[in-house]
Every structure is written in structure tokens, then in C-alpha cells.
Design a protein around this ligand. Structure first.
Ligand SMILES: C[S@@+](CC[C@H](N)C(=O)[O-])C[C@H]1O[C@@H](n2cnc3c(N)ncnc32)[C@H](O)[C@@H]1O
Length: 245
């Protein structure tokens, strides 16, 4: 109870580029992440350390610790903190793990992962975003992140297999090359679907079998690149006419 009184007694968030604002971050972790059921101490610790205000455009920094996605340019967004924490928890990020982060965007999810795991390989299809994420992560001191510009549909075969893969843009179907790049015991966390997206986890068992679990409805930007071309060139699923509205 006293912790809650202290939290609600805090002044409104006033983050500036020069202000680390650990208080606002602690409040975000408590109210928007732990209170919604994420208990993994590795995830809560990482979310409490990564300076989200360094990953959002300067005019929006006062909103950095609100639980909402924010625009980062090029029609893309930085994901909301709860979703980043949820995907990290669902991936079961552990020290020493080798991770692929597809759709690196601002680099925020990559930084959260880098706080926990051994190495993060990030792929971002919008080259200026990849470049600025690389510079930002280097300036913040992350040495265990490697980012390239490109289409993540085919993963990163040179560094595969991965213990965890997180995809932050929605394909209509799970990309098979990403499943193929999981270690035994590895987990792929991604949104799947078009207008109705589901957050799903695919896990490769010790004998190579794949299991799928569903974690509810979500809303992500669509995955672009090869996956779109495949969807456009696929034959129609049904001969039935679509009713007009
Ligand atoms: C919701 S944003 C990512 C948020 C990011 N994880 C962050 O922390 O800022 C999704 C990103 O996926 C990227 N993306 C979409 N399709 C992609 C693809 N085929 N390969 C790599 N990145 C892709 C988009 O350009 C966008 O930056």
C-alpha cells in the first residue's frame, strides 16, 4: 500500500533529453507492466534500465514513459512498453541467449533484450531507421547488438540458429525461414494476421517438433518486403465471392 501511495504521489512525468528520469521509468514498470501480470525479474529489471526517452523523437520525449506506441518516422512506431515487456517475457529471454530481433525500428526492443541475453542480431527494412538505431545503441553503450538493414523474412542464416526470435511487424502467415532458424527449445514470438492479429509463440521441441500458443489480440504495423509479395502472388483461398458492404 505504501508503495502505491508513493507512486501516486509522484509529480507528473517531465522527461527531457538530458534527464535520465529513472522515477518515471520505475512508475511505468510498476503501473503498466508488473501490475498487468509480468513478473519475470529479468524483464522488469531490463525495462527499468533502458532509457526509452532516448529512443523516441525529441518532441515526443515527454510521452516516453506512457504506455503507448509512438511514431518514429517513416510511418513506423516504437512499440508500447507493455508489449515489449510481454514479448520479452514470452520469449523467455535468458543470459547467454543468441537472439534475432526482426523489425528493429528505434532499437528499443533490441536494447531491452541486450540487457538480458548474450547477443542480439537486429534486422530493420527501413535503412535510415537501421542506421539511427545502430548509432543510438552504440552511443548508449550497448556492445552486444549487431544491426543490419534488410528484409528479415529470411532471418539471418549466417548467425543462425537462434535461441529466441522476436518479430515486431505482422505477416499474414508465420515465415518458415524464421521457424527453421530456431534452436531446439528455441522460441519465436510474433504477431500474425492481417486486420485481426494474434500474438503467438512457436516453440521448437528437442526433437524438432513445433508447438504454437496464442496470447491474444494485438495490433502491429504490417510486415513488408518479401512476405507482401508472397501474399499478393498467392492464389485466392476461396472461390466464394466477398459480399459487398
Ligand atoms: C512496431 S515497429 C518496431 C518497433 C521496434 N521493435 C522498436 O522497439 O522500436 C516494426 C518495424 O518492423 C519493420 N519491418 C517491417 N517489415 C520488415 C521486414 N520484412 N524486415 C525487417 N523489418 C521490417 C518496420 O520498418 C518497423 O520499423
Amino acid at each position: 500500500m505504501s508503495a502505491l501511495i508513493v507512486l501516486f504521489g509522484l509529480p507528473p512525468t517531465a522527461t527531457t533529453p538530458d534527464n535520465d528520469d529513472g522515477v518515471a521509468r520505475a512508475r511505468m514498470v510498476q503501473l503498466h507492466i508488473a501490475a498487468r501480470g509480468i513478473r519475470d525479474p529479468l524483464v522488469l529489471g531490463a525495462m527499468g534500465r533502458v532509457k526509452r526517452h532516448a529512443f523516441v523523437p525529441a518532441p515526443l520525449r515527454h510521452l516516453a514513459y506512457a504506455d503507448r506506441p509512438l511514431p518514429i518516422g517513416h510511418d513506423q512506431t516504437i512499440s508500447q512498453p507493455y508489449i515489449v515487456a510481454l514479448m520479452t517475457a514470452l520469449a523467455r529471454a535468458k543470459p547467454g541467449a543468441k537472439v534475432l530481433d526482426v523489425g528493429t525500428g528505434s532499437g528499443y526492443q533490441a536494447a531491452v533484450l541486450a540487457e538480458i541475453v548474450g547477443h542480439v542480431y537486429g534486422i530493420e527494412i527501413v535503412c535510415p531507421l537501421a542506421e539511427s538505431a545502430r548509432e543510438r545503441l552504440a552511443a548508449l553503450g550497448y556492445r552486444n547488438v549487431t544491426i543490419r538493414c534488410g528484409d528479415g523474412y529470411r532471418g539471418w542464416p549466417e548467425h543462425a540458429p537462434f535461441d529466441l526470435i522476436i518479430l515486431a511487424a505482422a505477416p499474414e502467415k508465420v515465415p518458415q525461414p524464421l521457424l527453421d532458424q530456431l534452436t531446439p527449445g528455441g522460441r519465436l514470438v510474433l504477431p500474425v494476421g492481417d486486420r485481426r492479429q494474434r500474438l503467438v509463440v512457436y516453440e521448437r521441441g528437442a526433437n524438432g517438433e513445433i508447438t504454437r500458443t496464442d496470447h491474444g489480440g494485438v495490433r502491429f504495423v504490417p510486415m513488408t518486403g518479401e512476405v507482401r509479395n508472397r501474399a499478393l502472388s498467392a492464389p485466392p483461398q476461396s472461390a466464394a465471392p466477398t459480399p459487398e458492404k
